[in-house]
Each structure stands twice: as C-alpha cells, then as structure tokens.
Design a protein around this ligand. Sequence first.
Ligand SMILES: [Zn+2]
Length: 390
Amino acid sequence: MADYVELHCHSAYSFLDGASQPEELATRAVELGYEALALTDHDGVYGSLEFAYAAKALGLRSITGAEVTLVDGSHVTLLVETPRGYANLCRLLTAAHASERLNPRLDPVLLAEESEGLVCLSGCARHGLAVRNPNAAEELARSFGRDRFYVELQRPYERGDARRNAALRALAEALGVRTIATGDVHAHHPRRLRLQDVLVAIKNRTSLEGCEAERRGNAESVLLDPKDVFARFPDDRGAVRRTRELAERLTFDLTDELGYRYPDFSDGPTPADVQLADVCRRADLYVCDNSSTIYEFAATGRPVVVLNAPGYRKSVHHGLRFWTAADVGIQVDRSADLLPAIREALEDAPERQAKREAALNVVYGFRHGAAERAAREIKSWSAAREEAAA
Ligand SMILES: [Zn+2]
C-alpha cells in the first residue's frame, strides 16, 4: 500500500481551474495504487458526492473537503473528519457564498467557531494562509489545535520553493504543529494539463501567453505516482508519510446516510410531507418514501411520487438510474417550480408518454401550495396516457 495519500486535489468542479472529472481522478488514483484520495475543490463540495460514489465503486476511499478562500483572499484546505465536520463545512461554505455569490469569502473567525469535525491544512504554495499571513495562520492553529491543524508543504518546482518551505517548516516548529505534504492536483493525467492551461487563460480572459504567470506551466500539478512523492520532498519525508496517518483518521463517508431532513415548509399544523402524501393518495398515485421501492413500481408503468424522505441524496442517485430505465424522469428541487419542469419534460418527449412502461418519478422538495398542483398535473398526465394506450 502506498505511503502517500493526496489530500489536496481539484476536479473540474473547481470551475475554470481543475481539468478532470471526479471519476477520472478516482480511476487514475486506483491505477496509481492510492488507497484513499481527497477532493478539495475551491469553495464548494459540488463534486464530492459524485466523487464519493465513483471512488466507492472502485474500492478507493474518498475523503471529503474543500479549499476555501478567506476574506483576505488567502486559501486554507479543509478536510472532513466526522459527520459534524461535514455539516460545519457546508455551513461555512454557505456563509462564504452568502455575501457575494461569485466571489466567496469566509470569515476566519467563523471558521474558528465552526471547526468541530474538520481538519485544517494551512493552504497552497501560491495563496496559502501560512504563506501570506503567518500571524493569521497562528490564530487558526490555536483554535484548531495540534491534532487538527497542519502546515501544508507543496513543491510545484517554482521559483522560491526552497525559501517558502523553509519558512513554513520554521512556522510549524514555532507553532508546535506538524507539516504535511500535498500536491495541489489539477489534472488526473499529464495529457489533461494543456486543457488546464486553456481553462486558466479563459478564467483570466486572456491568451495562453497573457496568463503565463497564472498558469501552472511546468506540468507539475498532476496526480503523481505515490512512489514519486518522496523524491519531490527529500527534506520532508515525515510530511509525506503523515498524509497516510491523517487519511486513516478521516473516515467520514459521504455515501453513508447522514440523517438529513429537508426543512418543513408547511403553512399549517400538518407537516408538508404528510400533506403531499395525502394529496397523492387521493389522486391514486403511488407514494413511496424510499427510493429502493421505485424499481418495483417502474415496471407497473404507474406514476410514482418519491417523497423527500430520509435518503434524499440517495433518491436522487438511484433516481438518475431509474429515469434512464423508465425513459421519463423529472427531478425538481426546492428552488425550482414544479409545474414548468413537469410540462417541459412531457412536451420534450411526446413519444415517451405513449410508452406503457414509462413512469414518472418526482423527487420533490416541498413548497407552499405546490403539492395540490403537482398531484393534479401528474394525474391528468396519467389519464391522458391511459387514454392514448387504450
Ligand atoms: Zn489554493
């Protein structure tokens, strides 16, 4: 088993920066002999679930995290250790995006307050907090504590690597914390690095020549063979081995049931999910709150309404497969209006409506008054379909 685990890795969900899909990273990691891999996209966990499922299917252990941007523009790498840590990470990311959607910034005071269950690495070579603002890093190190704060060492073979890493080692010693090596991966394979360059140029709205300084032109930001990592950090072999020790602690698995419940948007004493279930039953629709029973009903051709019960994320995941099988699928989330989505899906596929095996699956987040309308719409679609089949 490899002694190195990559704990700083970007997918294409680091928009206009990462050049590989989560499943490409997972597949390549398995090829290279990694036992675990962390996904740490910029200011979001958009790719984490996809990554976790892809990794699981390949027998790779996924570690969930994000590289967050603080108010001063510097970066820290956050890794999830426990379910509470995942909840805190999501809360922190929401707060970071709350003021300016396209320019997320996290207040380090909030990070210190909501740090339970998270491990903090001090950030990347170019923008890392420890590189840019050692005093602020010291404060964070204090609130996270020695077991949950590491000074992050990277060696992108850029000018200043030796001086920067010497300063970081000294900082770690002064703070009484340990160093850890990471790769700041932006591509799963060297052949993808040219695309990464192009993404950086697009992001900077310039040509390839125009973004020479921002580009990672030396092809070092690729997922390495773990055996080659010791050669990259000859003076920090302990920091390399520590990745594996830390990874062994990070056992949080995003594919486990997290017990998440949607907030109840009911306008009366009856909870919204109970209201919707009643309406659907009156409309003679099968209602299930468990995605695993969808398949049985797919075969009957009857419309199925899937309530957003425990396991919503799993419903979506299974739902995607189910829709492929059933030919008609609609996913509606809380932020969307249900009716236009249903109409669009049906109009989009008139030939599918005629198919007896087609079924309708609505993964539906509850909104005021939407339940009645949804049930009516589904029922009239169902009747029209039966008429057409008769
Ligand atoms: Zn960074």
